[in-house]
Design a binder for this molecule. Structure first.
Ligand code: AMP
Length: 625
C-alpha cells in the first residue's frame, strides 16, 4: 500500500504507542521495554520504559559484523591539511581506547564529561566513549569563551573536561586550552581531570595532577575492550546548553532510547539516507545539528559521516563540492547562511566537481529566504529540503518528509508537521487555537515524541515554567516562534516571540550579551536587539548608555573585546551605539521592538506607551551619523 503523509501523520498522533513501538524495531535492545510510553506525570514523557540499550552499541558495535570495513568517519581539516578516515572497526577501536581512558581516570556511569573541542575525530570518539560507559556528555561550542564555559561547568559539574590545545580557523590557531584554564578558574566547580588532545598547533601550560595527555593515555589503552554499559531507555545521554530569555543558559537534557529511535526514524522518513552511504553535515558538534546529524543520526543508521574543520571558502569556494565528489556524499546538511556565503562566490566553483552522488541538500537553523532557496536549487540542481526544529526537539518538527510522501515544497515554508508532533498555532494571550492564515505561536501538545528534551538539567520546575506554562490556560509546549499556516497546512515561520536572536543559524540570547556588556566599567545601561542582516539573517546590535559620557571614544571597541573574551566572538555585536537614553515604557521596561525597528530603518509603530517619545529620534540620529 502506498504510504501517504496524512495517514502516516494521523497514525502517529492517534496511536503514538503503536507508531513508536514499530519505530523502536529500528534499533538494537539489550532488554526490550515494558511500556512504550509513561505519561503519568505530564509534561514529562518517558519513552520505552524498562528497556535497556546503548547509543554507542547502536551507532558503532552493531554495524561491525556487516560493515566493519566500511567507512564510518571522515575527519577533514582544510586548516591543517589533514584527512583521516576511520572504518567502523577502526572507530570501534578508538572509542574503546577513549572509553578506557575515561574509566581509568575515574569517570563513572552518570558522571558528566564536558567536551570543548574543535572539529576533530577525537571529539567524535569522546562523545561515543561517554555514551558507551553511560557517562553524560556536554559539548560546548568552541566559539564560546571563558565565562560561557564557566557557567556550563558550574551547571554540569563535570568529572572530566576533554579539549584540544587549539583549533584552526582561517589559517590562525584558535586557542582552547588557555580559555578552558580561565574558565575553570572562574568556575566554582573544579573538574578532576582535563584530557588534552595535543595537535601541535600551539604551546600551552599543563596543570600537574589535573591535566592528562591524550596521546600518552591512548598509548596505555591500545588493546582496550570496554563492554558497553546497558542503560535504561530514559538514562540521560547528553546535556546541550542553549540560550533563552534569561541570561542563564538552559541545559537541554536528552534520554537514550528515545534519541536513538527518533534519529534512526528521521534518517528513514525525512533524510532518506541508506546504510553504507555518506552524509556531510557542515555544522559543528557544539550545536544540536552536530549532535543529531554529524554524529548520531548517520552512525546509528550505518552511514559514514564527515566532520569538517574549515570554512566553505578555503582553499576556495569549491571545497564542499570537492568533498562531495571525493567521498560520494549522498546527503548534505547546512544552514542558509552558508549558502548565502557561497552565493557571493564565482559560480564556476560549483560546476567543477562531479556531484552526481548527491541526492538532497537539507537546510535548517534559520529562515530560508526565497532568493537563497532559488539560487541553490538552480546551482546544484538537486532537491533542497528546508526543515524547522530546535535544540529542544533534537530532530525536525516541520519538513516535507520525502521518505513518507514526496509532497510539493512551497517557498518560504519548511513544510508540514512531522509525524509525532501534535502541532497547534495558538493566540499568545488567550491561548485560543487559530485557523488558517492567522498568526500565532507554534505550540506542541504533549506528550512530546521520543528524542525531545526530557527536562532542563537539574531544574524540572524551570522546564515546566519555561516551556509548558507560557501560554495562558493551556499546558502546551511553546517553541517561542511565530508562524502562520496556509490552507494546505504548510507552516511559515515568522520569527521568535522571545529575546532570542538567530545569527548565522546560531541561537543567542540577547540577555546573555547584555549581561556581558554590563560588566564593562563604563556601562550604565544596555539593550541588545537582533536586526536583519543580508548574510547572517540577523546580527546583534547593542545600545549603551555610558556612565562617563566624556570617555567614550574607545568604548565600542572595548565592549566588543569584553564580549569576545567572556562569551566568544560568536556573540559579538555587529555595532554598539553609544546613546544618552533608551526607549522605555512608563513602568521602566526597555522597548526592544522599537529599538529594533529604528535600527532596521523601519517605522517603530505605536509608541504611545513610551515614557519619552523623543528618545527614538535621538537614537535615529546616532545610528545615521
Ligand atoms: P536552535 O535551537 O539553535 O536550533 O534554534 C532553533 C530556532 O531556530 C527555532 O526556534 C527557530 O526560531 C529557528 N529555526 C530553526 N530552523 C528554522 C527553519 N528551517 N526556518 C525558520 N526558522 C528556523
Amino acid at each position: 500500500m502506498k504510504l501517504t503523509y496524512s495517514s502516516f501523520y494521523e497514525r502517529s498522533i492517534k496511536d503514538p504507542e503503536g507508531f513508536w513501538a514499530e519505530q523502536a524495531n529500528l534499533i538494537d535492545w539489550h532488554k526490550p521495554y515494558d511500556q512504550v510510553l509513561d505519561y503519568a506525570k505530564p509534561p514529562f514523557a518517558n519513552w520505552f520504559v524498562g528497556g535497556l540499550t546503548n547509543l554507542c552499541h547502536n551507532a558503532v558495535d552493531r554495524h561491525l559484523a556487516q560493515r566493519g570495513a566500511q567507512t564510518a568517519l571522515v575527519a577533514v581539516s582544510t586548516e591543517t591539511d589533514q584527512e583521516r578516515v576511520y572504518t567502523f572497526k577502526e572507530l570501534h577501536a578508538e572509542v574503546n581506547r577513549m572509553a578506557a581512558i575515561l574509566l581509568s581516570n575515574g569517570v563513572k556511569k552518570g558522571d558528566r564529561v564536558l567536551i570543548y573541542m574543535p572539529m576533530i575525530a577525537e571529539a567524535c570518539f569522546a562523545m561515543l566513549a561517554c555514551v558507551r560507559i553511560g557517562a553524560i556528555h556536554s559539548v560546548v561550542f568552541g566559539g564560546f569563551a571563558s565565562h560561557s564555559l564557566a557557567s556550563r561547568i558550574d551547571d554540569a559539574t563535570p568529572t572530566m573536561v576533554i579539549t584540544a590545545e587549539a583549533g584552526m580557523r582561517v589559517g590562525k590557531a584558535v586557542l582552547y586550552k588557555p580559555l578552558l584554564d580561565e574558565a575553570i578558574q572562574l568556575a566554582r566547580f573544579k573538574p578532576k581531570h582535563v584530557l588534552i588532545v595535543n595537535r601541535g598547533l600551539a604551546d600551552f601550560v599543563r596543570v600537574p595532577g589535573r591535566d592528562l595527555d591524550y596521546a600518552d593515555e591512548r598509548q596505555k589503552q591500545m588493546n582496550a575492550n570496554v563492554p558497553v554499559e546497558w542503560v535504561d531507555s530514559t538514562h540521560t545521554s547528553y546535556i546541550l546548553y542553549t540560550s533563552g530569555t534569561t541570561g542563564k543558559p538552559k541545559g537541554v537534557q536528552r534520554d537514550t532510547a528515545g534519541l536513538a529511535v527518533s534519529l534512526v526514524a528521521s534518517m528513514r522518513y525525512i533524510f532518506c539516507g541508506n546504510p553504507g552511504e555518506t552524509m556531510f553535515t557542515t555544522s559543528d558538534i557544539g550545536w544540536v545539528v552536530g549532535h543529531s546529524y554529524i554524529i548520531y543520526g548517520p552512525l546509528l543508521n550505518g552511514m559514514a559521516t564527515i566532520m569538517y574543520e574549515g570554512t566553505p571558502l578555503r582553499p576556495d569556494a569549491g571545497i564542499w563540492w570537492k568533498l562531495v565528489e571525493k567521498y560520494k556524499v549522498s546527503l548534505m546538511f547546512t544552514a542558509p547562511t552558508a549558502v548565502r556565503v557561497l552565493k557571493k562566490q564565482d559560480p564556476t566553483f560549483l560546476s567543477q566537481y562531479d556531484i552526481s552522488s548527491l541526492r538532497t541538500l537539507f537546510l535548517a537553523g534559520e529562515p530560508l529566504d526565497e532568493p537563497t532557496a532559488t539560487w541553490i536549487h538552480k546551482a546544484i540542481d538537486k532537491k533542497v529540503v528546508d526543515n524547522y526544529w530546535q535544540t529542544e526537539t533534537g530532530w525536525p518538527i516541520l519538513a516535507i518528509q520525502h521518505g513518507v510522501e514526496p509532497m510539493p515544497h512551497k517557498f518560504g515554508s519548511p513544510g508540514v508537521p512531522v509525524y509525532g508532533y501534535k502541532m497547534k498555532l495558538l493566540n499568545e494571550i488567550t491561548g485560543e487555537e487559530l485557523g488558517a492564515n492567522q498568526k500565532g505561536v507554534v505550540a506542541i501538545e504533549g506528550p512530546l515524541p521520543p528524542g525531545c528534551m526530557q527536562t532542563v538539567w537539574g531544574d524540572d520546575a524551570r522546564y515546566v515554567k519555561t516551556y509548558w506554562n507560557s501560554i495562558p490556560g493551556k499546558m502546551v509546549y511553546s517553541t517561542f516562534d511565530w508562524a502562520i499556516k496556509d490552507d494546505d497546512g504548510y507552516f511559515f515561520i515568522l520569527g521568535r516571540t522571545d529575546d532570542v536572536i538567530n545569527v548565522a543559524g546560531h541561537r543567542l540570547g540577547t540577555r546573555e550579551i547584555e549581561e556581558s556588556i554590563s560588566s564593562h566599567a563604563n556601562v550604565a545601561e544596555v539593550a541588545v536587539v537582533g536586526i536583519e542582516d543580508q548574510l547572517k539573517g540577523q546580527v546583534a546590535i547593542g545600545f549603551v548608555i555610558p556612565k562617563d559620557a566624556s570617555n567614550v571614544i574607545q568604548l565600542e571597541a572595548e565592549i566588543m573585546k569584553t564580549v569576545d573574551s567572556q562569551l566568544g566572538a560568536v556573540a559579538r555585536p555587529a555595532r554598539v551605539y553609544i546613546v544618552t537614553a533608551l526607549p522605555k515604557t512608563r513602568s521602566g521596561k526597555i522597548v526592544r521592538r522599537a529599538l529594533q525597528a529604528v535600527a532596521e530603518g523601519r517605522d517603530p509603530g505605536d509608541i504611545s506607551t513610551m515614557e519619552d517619545q523623543s528618545v527614538l529620534a535621538q537614537i535615529k540620529t546616532v545610528i545615521t551619523k
